[in-house]
Design a protein around this ligand. Structure first.
Ligand code: FAD
Length: 471
C-alpha cells in the first residue's frame, strides 16, 4: 500500500474550534445551531477535543504516528490501546475508523486495487490535515427482521442513488453517531453483509461533516455549564450523539471505498466491529479499575470497610476488573500479523472481553449503589455547599468518621451519581452495551472464531473416541 505521508500538520485547540465554523447544519432540540463552539450544549465536547489537540501538540510526530498509522508489533498494539483509553472520544474513533478502513484495504489490494489506494490516500489526508473522524455505520434499519431490499422505505439503509464519472450521490441516515456534530469527517461503512441484489446499499465512503445535504440532529448527555459542579464526570466526558441525515449527498470517487461490491460489505462492518470492540475493552479495563476505586472510597467514607458483605461486593468488582484486563492482554498477546505486517487483535478474546464487560457492568453498578447508599442520589446540592448556613449542616450530617468530612463525602456522591445513576450514567450503561453492536453481535463473532474443531477433537479424546464418530 503506497501511503504518501507529507509533513504532519497538527491543529491547536483554537484552530480546531475555527475549523468547526464551516457551515455545518447541526440541530439541538429542534433549533438550528449557529456555532457549535459557543453553544452551551456542545461546549463540553468541543472543549474536550480542543484539549486533546493542545495536549498532543508538544509531541506532534509521535501522536500523529499513533493516531494515523497501523500497529506493526504486539508492543505497538499494546501501547496504542493504552493511549486510546486516555484519549477524548473523537481521537479514539479516528484511530478505530482508519484502522478498520486499512484492514479492509489490505484485503481488497488484489481484487479492488483502486479502493486500496484510495484508502491509503485518505489516511494520508487525515494525517496531513489532522482530521477527527467518526464511525458512521449504524443505519436507521427500519424493520429489523427484514433486509435492506425488503424494507418499505429503501432509505432505511444508506444507499447510492446516482453515479457518474465524477462520483456518487448517497441518501439515507446513520443513527447514534458519537461526536458527529463536532468532528470533521464521517467515515461511512455498511452496517452489515449485503446480498447479491443489494448492491446499492453496499457503500463505504468518507464525507466531510459540512457537505451539502448533511443534517445532524443531536442528543447530549453533557450538562449545561451552570450545572458543572453537580456533574464532575459528564462535564469532562459528555459528547453529542447524532442522527446524521444524508440527503442527496455528493461524494467524489476518490473518497469512495466501496460501491456495489457486496462480497466486501461484511468485511467493513467486521473490521470496524473488531477495532471498536478492542478500543472499547481498553477503555472498559481502565473504567473497571475506577469502579473498584470508587467502591473502596465509598466503603471507607461510609465506615464500612470491615463488613463482610461490603468486602465481598468489592471483591466482585475486583474480579470484574481483573478479568477485563486479562482478556485485553490476551487479545493483544494473541494478535495476528497480516501479510502487509499489520498487527490485528485476537477476535475471540476481544469479543469475549467486550461481551463480559458489557453484560456484567449493571451487576457491578448494583454493588456500587449498595455500598454507597441512598445519598448517591440525595446528597445536598452544590448551592448548599456555598451558603454558610447550609454548608455547616451538610458538614455535620454528611460526615461519618474523623477522617471523612461531610463536604468530601457529598462530593464523592456527586461523582458516583453522575457516572452511574444520572443522565450520563444511563448513557454510559447503554452505550457500553450497544457500542460495537449489542451482546448478540459479540457472541456471534466469538463463536464463529472459536477453534471448534480443536474443541471437538479434545472432547473426542476425552471420551476415548479419538478416531472419530465414524469408526
Ligand atoms: C450512546 C451510543 C453511541 C453510539 N455511537 C455509535 C457511533 O459512533 N457510530 C455508530 O455507527 N453507531 C453507534 N452506536 C450504535 C450502536 O452500534 C447500536 O446501538 C448497535 O449496533 C445496535 O443497533 P440499534 O441501536 O439500532 O439496535 P437494534 O439493532 O434495534 O437492536 C436491538 C435488539 O434487537 C436485536 N436485533 C436487531 N436486529 C436483529 C435481527 N435481524 N435478528 C436478531 N436480533 C436482532 C439486537 O441484537 C438487540 O438485542 C451508538 C449507540 C449508542 C447507544
Amino acid at each position: 500500500m503506497k501511503v504518501r505521508f507529507e509533513k504532519d500538520m497538527t491543529m491547536t485547540g483554537e484552530e480546531y474550534r475555527a475549523s468547526l465554523r464551516d457551515g455545518r447544519r447541526v440541530f439541538h432540540n429542534g433549533q438550528l445551531v449557529d456555532d457549535v463552539t459557543t453553544h452551551p450544549r456542545f461546549r463540553v465536547g468541543v472543549d474536550s477535543i480542543a484539549k486533546g489537540y493542545d495536549d498532543s501538540a508538544p509531541n506532534c510526530a509521535g501522536e500523529s504516528e499513533a493516531l494515523y498509522s497501523f500497529p506493526r508489533s504486539v508492543d505497538d498494539l499494546r501501547q496504542r490501546m493504552a493511549l486510546l483509553s486516555g484519549w477524548e472520544v473523537t481521537r479514539a474513533t479516528t484511530l478505530e475508523s482508519l484502522l478498520a478502513l486499512q484492514t479492509v484495504g489490505e484485503q481488497m489490494a488484489v481484487s479492488e486495487p483502486q479502493y486500496h489506494q484510495r484508502i491509503a490516500d485518505y489516511v494520508a489526508f487525515c494525517r496531513r490535515t489532522d482530521r477527527r473522524c467518526v464511525q458512521t455505520i449504524t443505519d436507521a434499519k427500519g424493520d429489523r427482521s427484514k433486509s435492506p431490499s425488503e424494507q418499505d422505505d429503501p432509505d432505511a439503509y444508506l444507499r447510492v442513488i446516482e453515479e457518474d464519472e465524477r462520483g456518487i450521490v448517497i441518501q439515507g441516515a446513520k443513527l447514534h453517531i458519537s461526536g458527529a456534530a463536532i468532528a470533521h469527517e464521517l467515515v461511512v461503512i455498511p452496517t452489515k453483509r449485503m446480498k447479491v441484489g443489494e448492491e446499492q446499499w453496499a457503500v463505504s465512503c468518507a464525507v466531510p461533516v459540512n457537505s451539502p445535504g448533511i443534517t445532524i440532529l443531536n442528543t447530549n448527555p453533557a450538562p449545561d455549564e451552570r450545572d458543572f459542579e453537580y456533574h464532575p464526570v459528564s462535564r469532562r466526558f459528555g459528547i453529542p450523539d447524532g442522527l446524521v441525515v444524508f440527503d442527496h449527498v455528493f461524494v467524489p470517487h476518490d473518497r469512495v471505498f466501496l460501491c456495489g461490491e457486496v462480497a466486501f460489505s461484511a468485511s467493513f462492518a467486521h473490521a470496524l466491529g473488531l477495532w471498536q470492540r478492542i478500543g472499547g475493552v481498553a477503555r472498559m479495563a481502565d473504567e473497571a479499575d475506577v469502579l473498584v476505586g470508587l467502591a473502596q472510597l465509598l466503603a471507607e467514607a461510609n465506615g464500612l470497610t470491615s463488613m463482610h458483605h461490603i468486602r465481598d461486593k468489592i471483591a466482585d468488582i475486583v474480579i470484574y476488573a481483573a478479568m477485563i484486563r486479562a482478556c485485553l492482554e490476551a487479545a493483544i498477546a494473541a494478535a495476528e500479523t497480516t501479510e502487509a505486517g499489520f498487527v490485528i487483535p485476537n477476535e475471540v478474546y476481544t469479543n469475549v472481553a467486550k461481551y463480559y464487560g458489557s453484560a456484567e457492568l449493571g451487576a457491578m453498578l448494583r454493588n456500587i449503589h449498595d455500598i454507597g447508599g441512598g445519598a448517591i442520589l440525595t446528597a445536598p446540592l452544590p448551592g448548599d455547599l456555598q451558603n454558610p448556613e447550609t454548608r455547616a449542616l451538610v458538614d455535620k450530617y454528611m460526615r461519618t468518621t474523623t477522617d471523612v468530612s461531610g463536604i468530601y463525602r457529598t462530593k464523592l456522591f456527586y461523582s458516583v451519581r453522575d457516572l452511574t445513576a444520572d443522565t450520563y450514567g444511563g448513557w454510559w450503561q447503554v452505550s457500553s452495551l450497544m457500542s460495537g453492536g449489542g451482546l448478540h453481535a459479540q457472541k456471534l463473532v466469538a463463536r464463529k472464531n472459536y477453534d471448534m474443531a480443536r474443541a471437538k477433537q479434545q472432547a473426542l479424546i476425552f471420551i476415548g473416541e479419538e478416531e472419530g464418530r465414524a469408526t
